[in-house]
Design a protein around this ligand. Structure first.
Ligand SMILES: [Zn+2]
Length: 509
């Protein structure tokens, strides 16, 4: 094998010293190679970070930004499928140049597509889905293979307070062990030149056990044993260990960004009766959930979304609104304003956001704020927000119009860790001529690096850059690629509901 990539989903750089102490195989690779922070996307979410990893491109070129990018914002949120990612994966390029590839459990690869080798899809694959392997016949050979924890979707029957995390943890060990076995079996059979697998369990375990460091380290030690087994079976020329974002304690407060825009004079609320009722429904809903937390699990996602997202359209006086924030995306400036005015507003709002503080504690709400020009480029830039943010740890940015600026956070009460405010993942690269030094990189840098290591030309529109990590410079060729359409594909309503439940279970939505 030429290149092996092992993903430890959400392995945080902040635990680097502990990881190196507890994981002898990781430490050895690090001692003999290049390593450091792998900087994720903003927001730091798997379902954005992994498509950026596998395309080597920013969201402006791939056409998704957390959710599917559609013209209208503040509309029904659609989760992305692999077909919504409007760019090829670097392993498609490898395949075109005759390299055999194996791809397992990478988020946002469902439905699977044709590759020169094999593929099993990952995170955001609906339960019971059929199109989760390439070749399609592969699924018959792995009848008991499980992509992700199903326990989190049973929330409906499971009030947060009854969440049995011991059970979830032992299930996660089982799923991970099984995944490793299937991977090693397929590697032996197909002998791919390139293989990548992501262990999503690392992320799940940290979400539920962040408050018990020993449980987390135990899982990392278990992962170190798995890394060792892969190295023995594959003997790769180059190996990458990487993660797609960091981790930190669960945020405990909502910050109401649209309320903040309103207080600063950028957003106007409608005063009609309908709008007031819509507002009241939300505020009462929040209070009810505060008193009876399990109620939120009884209401279907679709109904909640109706009150929360679609209701927002009713509550805003669009004619007098200069800027508003959309869920997980960022701030949009009113499109009907002249270009110059919009630019001025971006500048003004960014400056104010830098100073935005929690009225109760005085803490800063945002760590980093980026404008569209700083964050994105490419054909889909138009649909992306004008301003995006990285929140401070402790705050979940909420787009609802609430009477106050902050309130206690109510969702995903059974989780103790999250990663929205920590983009610092890890990476290690080990192999011939690799410098032995600390070197930070960005998640989009791995795609061109892997292509170059495999002697395959790099698509010229990739945003990633090859790090200066080799004692002898890599020979890199660039190539212009034709865009291939993968065709349309959407989740069914039932699948969408189930996937959203799972995302909520992890505290993502
Ligand atoms: Zn992740």
């Amino acid at each position: 094998m030429k290149v092996l990539v092992l993903g430890l989903d959400g392995a945080p750089f902040r635990l680097w010293d502990e990881l190196c102490r507890e994981m002898p195989t990781l430490r050895k690779l690090k001692d003999e190679g290049a390593y450091g922070i792998l900087e994720s996307t903003i927001p730091s979410l798997s379902l954005l970070a992994w498509p950026v990893f596998y395309t080597g491109k920013n969201p402006g070129k791939i056409g998704i930004f957390v959710t599917k990018l559609e013209k209208e914002t503040l509309s029904d949120v659609k989760l992305p499928t692999s077909r919504d990612v409007k760019s090829e994966a670097f392993w498609d390029v490898l395949g075109d140049y005759g390299k055999k590839v194996g791809v397992v459990n990478i988020p946002v690869t469902y439905p699977a597509w044709k590759v020169n080798g094999f593929m099993i899809t990952g995170f955001l694959t609906p339960f019971g889905a059929k199109d989760f392997t390439y070749p399609p016949s592969l699924k018959d050979e792995i009848p008991d293979y499980i992509i992700d924890l199903e326990i989190l979707t049973e929330d409906k029957k499971l009030p947060d307070r009854d969440f049995d995390r011991e059970k979830v943890l032992s299930r996660q060990y089982e799923i991970t062990r099984k995944r490793k076995e299937v991977c090693l079996r397929l590697i032996k059979r197909y002998s791919p030149d390139f293989f990548v697998v992501n262990f999503k369990g690392v992320d799940n375990v940290q979400h539920i056990y962040w408050d018990v460091p020993e449980k987390i380290m135990e899982f990392f030690r278990f992962m170190d044993g798995i890394i060792k087994e892969f190295l023995e079976v594959c003997s790769p020329e180059y190996v990458f260990i990487m993660s797609d974002h960091g981790f930190h304690p669960r945020s405990t407060k909502y910050f109401y960004i649209n309320r903040w825009l309103e207080l600063n004079g950028y957003l106007r609320r409608k005063v009609s009766l309908k709008a007031r009722i819509s507002n009241l429904t939300y505020v009462v809903g929040i209070k009810v959930v505060e008193w009876f937390p399990f109620i939120r699990n009884l209401v279907p996602e679709r109904a909640k979304r109706k009150v929360v997202v679609e209701g927002m359209r009713e509550r805003i006086d669009w004619e007098h609104t200069l800027a508003y924030a959309d869920w997980h995306r960022g701030i949009y400036i009113n499109r009907s304003l002249p270009e110059e005015r919009r630019r001025a507003l971006v500048k003004e709002i960014v400056e104010k956001m830098r100073e935005a503080r929690d009225p109760e504690t005085g803490e800063k709400i945002f760590q980093r704020i980026l404008t569209k020009e700083e964050a994105f480029s490419g054909p889909y830039t138009d649909m992306l927000p004008d301003i995006i943010w990285l929140p401070s740890e402790g705050y979940r940015i909420n787009a609802n119009l609430y009477p106050s600026l902050t309130s206690p956070r109510l969702d995903a009460m059974h989780t103790t860790g999250e990663h929205m405010a920590d983009p610092r993942g890890i990476w290690v690269m080990h192999g011939k001529n690799v410098k032995r030094e600390r070197m930070d990189a960005k998640i989009q840098d791995l795609a061109p690096t892997i292509l170059a290591l495999m002697g395959v030309p790099v698509p010229e529109d990739m945003d990633g850059e090859i790090p200066d990590a080799f004692t002898e410079p890599l020979k890199v060729e660039y190539v212009k690629r034709e865009r291939k359409e993968k065709g349309e594909f959407g989740y069914t309503e039932k699948e969408e509901e189930e996937l959203e439940k799972r995302l909520k279970g992890l505290g993502y939505l």
